[in-house]
Design a protein. Structure first.
Length: 191
């Protein structure tokens, strides 16, 4: 059922899980070299496109998979991604700088590729399927990604100077593990 609570769930989960993600680190890095508006516009287009794909996948999955099974698998996937973030070693590759001439096109392409199959896409797939509210999940998830993109670009120089990529990755991992545990507990509690 579409509604404000589904929108809020998608917005909050996606925005929090985007913290420390490779897309955020990429935008922080790009913001140190390019003007903000083309980066924000490009990131918004790329991330919204991936969110639409994720919602479509979630709607298709729910047609054939029971909701309880989807919630349990989604929770397990969230936990797995959180653990994977803890053991990932290649911080420099995630924050790799790009010296392309057109920051708008760079932001579209890199944001799209970075989000395709990413943990936030998994969250959108899981939410759109388990909440049965694809429009609310699309709107909330897209806005969550865009808000983090704007903050990343606006605070790029400050964050890059004072917060290491490693600590952002730890925060993201903890949030994903917590989201997974909550998803499984809620699935078992309600199902």
């Amino acid at each position: 059922m579409e509604g404000l609570s589904e929108f809020a769930a998608a917005f909050i989960l996606v925005a929090l899980l985007e913290l420390g993600d490779k897309t955020q680190l990429l935008l922080i890095s790009l913001a140190t070299k390019h003007p903000p508006l083309p980066l924000i516009a490009g990131a918004a287009i790329g991330e919204t496109a991936v969110t639409a794909i994720g919602v479509g996948i979630g709607v298709a999955i729910i047609a054939v998979v029971p909701v309880l099974a989807l919630k349990l698998v989604s929770g397990a996937l969230f936990i797995a991604v959180g653990v994977w973030n803890l053991i990932a070693k290649d911080e420099k590759a995630e924050a790799k700088e790009d010296k392309a001439r057109n920051p708008f096109l760079t932001a579209i392409g890199l944001s799209f590729l970075a989000e395709l199959g990413d943990k936030t896409m998994l969250a959108v797939i899981a939410l759109s399927g388990s909440l049965a509210a694809p429009v609310s999940v699309f709107a909330g998830g897209s806005l969550g990604l865009i808000v983090i993109a704007v903050l990343s670009v606006a605070l790029g120089r400050v964050l890059k100077r004072y917060v290491t990529a490693r600590w952002l990755r730890y925060l993201s991992a903890a949030l994903f593990i917590a989201a997974g545990v909550i998803a499984i507990v809620e699935a078992l509690w309600s199902g």
